[in-house]
Design a protein around this ligand. Structure first.
Ligand SMILES: [Zn+2]
Length: 583
């Protein structure tokens, strides 16, 4: 491609709202252009990178038996209503057409695939299968930000595995995980595979592939001693602290002006780990199971956690069986019989389970590690000291709902864990029968009996992957594309205007392309400084400069984007040289 005819221009300045380096550089280097918040056009250079990623993803999916397909982005509302996600998926974009017909824009494709399974999978002979597609997805992301990292319209590789049993799915799953490692390695992206919360996708096991990054929006936990790694929403940790040998007698004490846990601990003279924090939520179950369990609809949830820990709301929601959580209002807290700021489980009418009347008290397991706690007295200005569970109060449910953090104890080896920020690069879910059961997608087994199809779903965002690559591969002058995904392999330029220089550059352009290289030819009538700056900004692996000085010495100047050294290589040897030294 001749740069003089290329669409769009590089920019000297990044847009003011671009915080992430990938966002700044992809815009400056003319790879993407914003249309609206979270909506981007891929310019010709960006589209070439996208096609490279596409190819890597497709090759690795094909290698484990996948078949590429093409699925619709406009979905009749009925398929989303059938799985219940029409109402429960907040980010689903809905379209109302003439005559009241309703559609969803594809947020994901489990519904479409399950519909296909209903039509195409008849017997055990039709299994296993693995299909995938690379397509647009739409999500009504309230906080679109970070360039290609959080989008409203994006591009995903989505694969779906179909198996006859849980064992068959378990046997296939590691192949997909390995394919993911291959994909990320080919793109130059070092990932950590972690156990993740299954969230809105449903199902059982899931792995998240993350790239540690200081500006990542995810938190994950790794052990400093063993290979334990987990998403913070799924991370377990050992609650340190022991029950005191002697339980002191419960006593009510005045604690004036103690509004926070730190105030109370300081006033009484105990560490925060010897206090109990109360947090209140209003919970609305959304799944059929959790609705059945609760019977009476929404419910007030009184959560207890040791004072040195915090509640993780995803863990809490999972412990309750899923649904919507919001902080309870002061009014709701008072109706339950508790006093905001001084709330206590002591003296409350605690429900035995979700079916019973009374206050539902959910305690983190940390209440079992420690004792002689300081806890509120449901009276303004008063606390209890030396409160002990279960001697002094009851709970409805004990569960792991505390947030894992740096310094906590590893659940596997007892070493110290570390919380780090990361960018999510991909996800593998064992969906099991989550969708096939809802839509009754069955096959006939060898005995002619209907059995549910076991599904898995596996996603990688291509635009996000492009941003991650730029986050990892750049310097102060611009992007430094790995060879495998670079938009072109060679940035060719001529320096100066002499006929011999231009004729030689034209000849190199033709010959490199004939030799199979993808060449971006900076044939503009511009200064060497401008051309070198753009070459660095766009970040193509090889820079080849044709100038009078080099030609006098019998060659052209060759430089790798990620190295300082320059070489003079005779024109006749150029293609061979580049091939030998490419990765
Ligand atoms: Zn460990």
């Amino acid at each position: 491609m001749r740069l003089s005819r290329s669409f769009g221009k590089t920019l000297r300045e990044a847009p003011a709202d671009a915080e992430m380096v990938s966002h700044q550089l992809l815009i400056r280097a003319n790879f993407i252009r914003p249309l609206g918040a979270g909506i981007y056009t891929f310019m010709p250079f960006g589209y070439r990178v996208l096609r490279k990623l596409w190819r890597i993803l497709a090759e690795e999916m094909d290698a484990i038996g996948g078949q590429e397909m093409w699925m619709p982005n406009l979905h009749p509302a009925s398929i989303w209503q059938a799985t219940g996600r029409w109402d429960t998926m907040d980010v689903l974009m809905k379209v109302k057409a003439e005559g009241g017909r309703e559609y969803a824009l594809s947020a994901t494709h489990e519904e479409v695939v399950t519909d296909l399974v209903l039509r195409e999978i008849e017997s055990y002979r039709d299994l296993p299968r693995m299909i995938y597609h690379i397509s647009k997805k739409f999500r009504d992301e309230p906080r679109a930000r970070g360039g290609l990292l959080r989008l409203r319209e994006f591009i995903m590789k989505d694969a779906y595995s179909l198996d006859s049993s849980e064992e068959a799915l378990d046997a296939f799953y590691p192949h997909m995980v390995q394919a993911y490692f291959n994909i990320f390695e080919r793109c130059g992206v070092p990932v950590v595979a972690i156990n993740a919360d299954v969230g809105a996708m449903g199902g059982k096991t899931s792995h998240e592939f993350v790239v540690p990054h200081e500006h990542g929006e995810d938190m994950f936990i790794t052990c400093t001693n063993c290979d334990y790694a987990a998403n913070v929403e799924a991370a377990e940790f050992i609650r340190e602290g022991e029950k005191p040998a002697e339980l002191a007698e419960l006593a009510r004490i005045a604690t004036p002006d103690c509004k926070t846990i730190a105030d109370v601990a300081g006033y009484v003279g105990v560490p925060t780990s010897q206090t109990i924090k109360a947090v209140f939520y209003w919970w609305t179950p959304t799944s059929a199971e959790s609705k059945r369990a609760i019977m009476r609809g929404d419910r007030f949830i009184f959560v207890l956690v040791r004072g040195d820990l915090d509640v993780n709301e995803v863990k809490l929601n999972n412990a309750l069986g899923g649904g919507d959580l919001r902080p309870a209002t002061e009014e709701e807290i008072r109706v339950a019989g508790a006093t905001p700021g001084y709330a206590s489980p002591i003296g409350l009418n605690v429900a035995g389970n979700l079916m019973e009347a009374g206050v539902y008290v959910l305690a983190d397991t940390s209440l079992g590690a420690g004792g002689n706690f300081v806890v509120g007295a449901n009276d303004e200005g008063y606390h209890y000291k030396d409160a002990n569970y279960p001697r002094d109060f009851a709970v409805s449910q004990m569960a792991d709902v505390a947030q894992a953090d740096t310094g906590h104890k590893c659940p596997v080896c007892g070493g110290r864990i570390e919380a780090r920020r990361a960018i999510e690069a991909g996800h593998c879910f064992k969906l099991g029968t989550r969708y096939s059961a809802t839509l009754n997608a069955t096959y006939l087994d060898e005995n002619g009996q209907p059995q549910l199809v076991f599904m898995g779903s596996y996603g990688i965002g291509l635009d996000r992957l492009m941003a991650i690559i730029v986050e990892l591969y750049h310097d102060e002058d611009g992007i430094v594309w790995p060879d495998s995904v670079a938009p072109y392999q060679v940035y060719l330029m001529h320096i100066g205007k002499g006929d011999e220089v231009i004729e030689t550059a034209d000849k190199v352009y033709r010959e490199l392309q004939a030799a199979g290289f993808e060449v971006l030819y900076d044939d503009r009538d511009a200064s060497a400084g401008v051309k070198f700056k753009d070459a660095d900004l766009i970040g193509i692996p090889w820079r080849v400069a044709v100038g009078a000085r080099g030609l006098a010495e019998g060659g052209v100047e060759v430089k790798r984007r990620n190295q300082r050294e320059r070489q003079f290589v005779p024109v006749a040897e150029l293609a061979g040289y580049l091939r030998r030294h490419s990765q």
